[in-house]
Design a protein around this ligand. Structure first.
Ligand SMILES: *Cc1c(COP(=O)(O)O)cnc(C)c1O
Length: 432
């Protein structure tokens, strides 16, 4: 496989853009490589500038659950495009999007659109502080909530991949207002609530943490968080930027039957264009300007192109849920096939892999114990992962260039795609 043009472009980009990329994980640093420059995407595939084709499991980090460049999404964008790109005033798609989200999230009674997941979580934190009049925020090690100052403390995703879970430039005075706890540790959580419960504005988490690889909440854990936050009048914020419409139409909160006070969304609801949203009870959401004292705004918030793409993505995805071709069933069956294959390959090759999965999200850790939190995840052999990553890339399978990112299957991933992926994995493992 040739990478000549990508190599040339990256050298150029390095001179103009910090690290040559506009988002850190894309740089391939954790796998000792150089990023590929992409020219186009379609369905389950992406094609780089050297005309190499890959089965893509990054899925633009989550949004393309229907596969890349889905015809309904492209059609919706081009229809909207002919009417202009931005209005700076109310329009009817805002109501349509709000209704769509509310229909799937009973915990959300009012919603506001913004432009990224980062904006959504940042606004949730401000709103929680404004609503409660308290200062402290509790988050969990390895959870990533975008690059918000107060939340870049022991964070996951690129921060973790690059060994900078605590970012420079976040004043320690601010970081001190964030309490960080290990995930899936009920005792640690209960203790903090006992000791400082009445100073805490909000507890924010990824209900299914997927920015340090992927691990699931232990039975009863989310219930405990809900119960103790309610008892102490602390807002519970579910960051479902990744899991919203991914693990189920109603996200992790639908699966675990927990109603958070606030929810952050993004990724899938933008259909591949920039978007974020946050919502919750009417009482809390009405604290936002212009009805309330908590300021929040955006020149391009509710952008008609983003909303057109997002609405098409959600409608296409959820429209058929009750029909015969329920996309979530399809995603589950592809995921199960990949999981079974990877377990078999790991067993025959005697290379231990913890393959963790929920529906169409997955992560294979190179370690011999199941992973329940960040400490467990860090036991993965990242050098081995890097070898695996390059072996797969050379065989036409594009995975996230870090052990600490989840993979995503879309409805465009065929049985043949999964078979091809498993063949590549078998070959890669036999060379390890
Ligand atoms: C991606 C992500 C974010 C940040 O969203 P951006 O659109 O990249 O700002 C926040 N939280 C979670 C859980 C995410 O996966």
């Amino acid at each position: 496989m040739k990478h000549d043009l990508s190599h040339k472009l990256f050298a150029e980009a390095l001179k103009l853009i910090p690290g040559g990329v506009n988002s850190p994980v894309r740089a391939f640093r954790a796998v000792d490589g150089e990023p590929l420059f992409i020219q186009r995407v379609k369905g389950s595939r992406l094609v780089d500038v050297d005309d190499n084709e890959f089965i893509d499991y990054v899925s633009t980090w989550g949004p393309s659950i229907l596969g890349h460049a889905h015809p309904s999404v492209l059609h919706a964008i081009s229809e909207q495009l002919s009417k202009g790109t931005s209005f700076g005033a109310p329009h009817v798609l805002e109501i349509k999007m709000a209704r769509l989200i509310l229909a799937h999230y009973p915990s959300i009674r009012k919603i506001r659109m913004c432009n990224s997941g980062t904006e959504a979580t940042m606004s949730c934190v401000r709103l929680a502080r404004g609503f409660t009049g308290r200062k402290l925020i509790v988050k969990f090690e390895g959870c990533y909530h975008g690059h918000v100052d107060s939340l870049l403390v022991k964070a996951g995703s690129g921060a973790l991949t690059l060994g900078q879970p605590d970012s420079a430039g976040v004043p320690s005075d601010l970081a001190q207002l964030t309490i960080t706890l290990p995930f899936n540790d009920p005792e640690a959580f209960s203790q903090v609530i006992r000791e400082r419960g009445n100073e805490i504005a909000a507890v924010i988490l990824e209900p299914i943490p997927a920015n340090a690889g992927l691990y699931l909440p232990a039975p009863g854990y989310l219930e405990l968080l809900r119960e103790l936050t309610r008892d102490h009048e602390i807002l519970l914020i579910f960051d479902e930027v990744m899991t919203g419409f991914r693990v189920a139409p109603g996200g992790a909160q639908q699966i675990y039957k927990i109603n958070p006070d606030l929810t952050a969304l993004g990724k899938i609801i933008g259909g591949g264009l920039p978007v974020g949203a946050f919502g919750g009870t009417t009482e809390i959401m009405d604290c936002l300007a212009p009805t309330g004292p908590v300021y929040q705004a955006g020149t391009l918030s509710g952008n008609p192109l983003s909303l057109a793409a997002g609405i098409a993505n959600i409608e296409q995805l959820t429209g058929a849920v009750k029909g015969e071709s329920n996309p979530y069933k399809e995603l589950e069956s592809r995921g199960a096939m990949l999981e079974a294959g990877m377990r078999e390959i790991s067993a025959t090759s005697k290379i231990p892999v913890q393959f963790q999965r929920i529906g169409s999200m997955f992560c294979g850790y190179f370690c011999d114990q199941p992973v329940h939190n960040l400490d467990d995840a860090k036991k993965s052999d990242t050098r081995r992962f890097a070898k695996f990553f390059h072996g797969m890339l050379d065989r036409g399978v594009y995975l996230a260039p870090s052990q600490f990112e989840a993979g995503f299957i879309s409805t465009a991933h065929s049985i043949g795609d999964i078979e091809q992926t498993l063949r590549a994995a078998r070959e890669t493992f036999s060379g390890m």
